[in-house]
Write a protein that binds this ligand. Structure first.
Ligand code: ARG
Length: 506
């Protein structure tokens, strides 16, 4: 039996007080034991929603008092008991099937039977759904914040290397020269969409199911808007059956994390390959070494970043598989859905932060990148574009350059390569290149830096286009940071509102 095993221990029996002998406050001596007890209990994993449950209890009790459903004096006693339960911590909770039951038992232990009024007009079904959303929204904001940190790092390095020429690849074969700035902006664009997805998932998570009760509402005159407001929710999950049952917000959070970590794994893979080619050196802070080969500097942090994607994809698949085909309304399967989403969100957040650090501190080997930028006749497309711009059909230009490519090696200087293109042109069209373009322009097109500078279409790698993209991305990043801060502020304000209300009773 481990420390966090929910089964009975001497300590549990002590803290549970009288209720330990008679099961819990909720079940008395029915359903209180048996061999499946540990299997049924989520108490250990519920550590993640201990703070959430206390907040939900407080908001509910304040609302019950305001609606005249419980006396102010009883509300005060319950709220005081909740403070003492909070101070004692999750580990001090009495035994129970879950944190909701254990906190209720602890409240009744402190207040007496009136403590049992706390659970008026609600069920553990709307209660747990509210707790999960309350907790998950913090996780989503933390992951979203990590995406902002990473975007900031990508933009900074992209700006510093807006003119650092490097080889660009398709199929992992040299394709066209680009710049480090343009390359990094490609990931910034992807991560910006991840920020959007996470904030969208947040907005759909941040709705209150509280007051839905077991699934079928309650005869008590509850004020659902009030509890939603005290807990910082932007609105309600209106239908009470939807409120108790829905976990699509969990699936959405898991897939948003999985999508982000898939983008991160691509970035990690690239940087691992680039460090293998000597294009980049990771800082020691983001590397590890071998226990036997003293010369080794390994990109372990990036490998782990790549690895987290496996867990995140597994989590998204697992969540959807658990939810698939579940009938309305509440089923206990749901107890297994959320804790692992919280854990994966944490891993993905950390992976994004580590990726940000690795990007911000890596050293790009400008010389090596420049000399590799033209490898594999990667400027060929630019030469074909030049011929087409000079009036030749693009398909003919493509044919000429393809024919020349066979004879052009990495060692050829621009003059030699241009001569080979000229030869191919004569063979294929019967005309010299000079009929269409100057030799000078052909040589320029063969130069990786010139090649990059010529591709100045919107979003392209030319320094001007990169500068424009950097400016636009910077504005979007600031906007997203504001969106995040607005949500954080709203949550902090709600926490204050709830504290202020509670203080009027205690
Ligand atoms: N621990 C449970 C969960 O996480 C709480 C809800 C229990 N509801 C019930 N009807 N058994 O889902």
């Amino acid at each position: 039996m481990t420390d966090d095993d929910p089964g009975t221990t001497a300590d549990d029996a002590e803290t549970a007080g009288d209720s330990a002998e008679s099961g819990t406050a909720v079940r008395g001596d029915r359903f209180s034991g048996g061999p499946a007890r540990a299997f049924l209990s989520s108490l250990a994993a519920d550590d993640a929603i201990f703070a959430a449950d206390l907040a939900v209890d407080r908001a509910h009790v304040v609302m019950l008092a305001e609606q005249g459903i419980v006396d102010d004096a009883v509300a005060g006693e319950i709220l005081a008991a909740l403070e003492s339960v909070e101070a004692a911590g999750h580990g001090a909770l009495p035994d129970g099937e879950d944190v909701h039951e254990a906190i209720e038992t602890a409240v009744i232990d402190r207040v007496g039977p009136d403590g049992g009024r706390m659970h008026t007009a609600r069920s553990r079904n709307d209660e747990v759904a509210t707790c999960i959303r309350y907790r998950l929204r913090e996780d989503l904001l933390a992951v979203a914040e990590a995406t902002l940190t990473l975007r900031e790092a990508l933009l900074e390095v992209a700006e510093a290397h807006a003119e650092t020429v490097m080889p660009g690849y398709t199929h992992l074969q040299p394709a066209q020269p680009t710049t480090v700035g343009h390359y990094l902006l490609s990931y910034e664009g992807g991560i910006a969409r991840d920020t959007e997805r996470l904030l969208g998932a947040y907005d759909r998570t941040n709705r209150s199911p509280l007051g839905g009760a077991a699934f079928a509402g309650t005869p008590f005159d509850v004020d659902r808007e009030r509890t939603a407001d005290l807990l910082g929710f932007d609105g309600l999950v209106r239908n009470s059956m939807d409120a108790a049952s829905a976990r699509d917000f969990l699936a959405e959070a898991a897939t948003a994390c999985a999508t982000l970590s898939t983008t991160l794994s691509g970035l990690a893979e690239d940087l691992i390959l680039f460090s293998n080619k000597g294009f980049l050196e990771l800082s020691d802070d983001y590397s590890s070494t071998s226990s036997i080969m003293p010369q080794k500097k390994n990109p372990d942090t990036l490998e782990l970043t790549r690895g987290v994607a496996g867990d995140a994809i597994g989590e998204a698949t697992g969540t959807l598989s658990l939810l698939k085909g579940l009938p309305r309304a509440y089923n206990r399967d749901l107890q297994r859905a959320h804790a692992s989403v919280f854990a994966v969100a944490d891993d993905v957040r950390e992976a994004a932060e580590v990726a940000a650090g690795a990007v911000a501190t890596a050293d790009w080997a400008e010389g090596t990148l420049a000399s590799a930028a033209g490898d594999g006749f990667s400027t060929a497309t630019g030469v074909a574009d030049l011929l087409a711009a000079g009036g030749m059909p693009f398909r003919t230009a493509h044919e000429i350059v393809a024919a020349a490519a066979e004879g052009i090696g990495d060692a050829d200087d621009p003059a030699t390569a241009a001569a080979k293109v000229d030869e191919a042109a004569r063979e294929i069209t019967g005309e010299p290149l000079s009929a269409h373009v100057s030799r000078e322009d052909v040589e320029a097109a063969l130069d990786p830096t010139e090649s990059v500078a010529s591709r100045d279409s919107a979003g392209g790698p030319a320094p001007d286009a990169v500068a424009e993209a950097l400016a636009a991305s910077g504005v979007e990043l600031d906007d997203d940071a504001e969106e995040l801060a607005t949500r954080r502020d709203a949550l902090a304000a709600a926490t204050e509102r709830l504290e202020t209300e509670v203080a009027t009773y205690v």
